[in-house]
Write a protein that binds this ligand. Sequence first.
Ligand SMILES: [Zn+2]
Length: 169
Amino acid sequence: MSPPRPGDERAERLLADHLAAFSGASAPVPVLDIAEDLLGLRVHVRPGLDVSGMLVPSRRVVYLNADEPPARRRFTLAHELGHWVVHCAGASVPPRILCRSDETTGAADAREREANVFAATLLMPRAGLTAAVAEGATPDDLARAYDVSGVAMAWRLYNLGLGPEPSRG
Ligand SMILES: [Zn+2]
């Protein structure tokens, strides 16, 4: 058993800021509102992209792949917000373009890993999951409630010490 890995506190702060400013439901996390209203990014969904998502920091625009399922698009958007908050805000020379694709997901690229941890933390808040699990919610219930894939939820629960290690199938 590895110790719990609660995630990225910048993502927790971002969600808290959004709830303080706009209130609203806590699940699913309103990631599109956070992108547009809180961070001032524009989000466009486009068919035919050859990546899952793309952030163009200089234009404050995120493109999402219309050909992918909504739950994956939500995770991709949260991933790009991770790039924005962690890798662009405050950087003197922000990266020109940041993507999410299958090739980089889970790969050894530290920046991609950081963006994925940020996304998981934002979309699946620790406090909400901890409370729901204590009340008997199943991983499937939680994946539906938070509008994320079952695989993403299983890994998040594991990293929080709230579930078994998912099989790597
Ligand atoms: Zn990325």
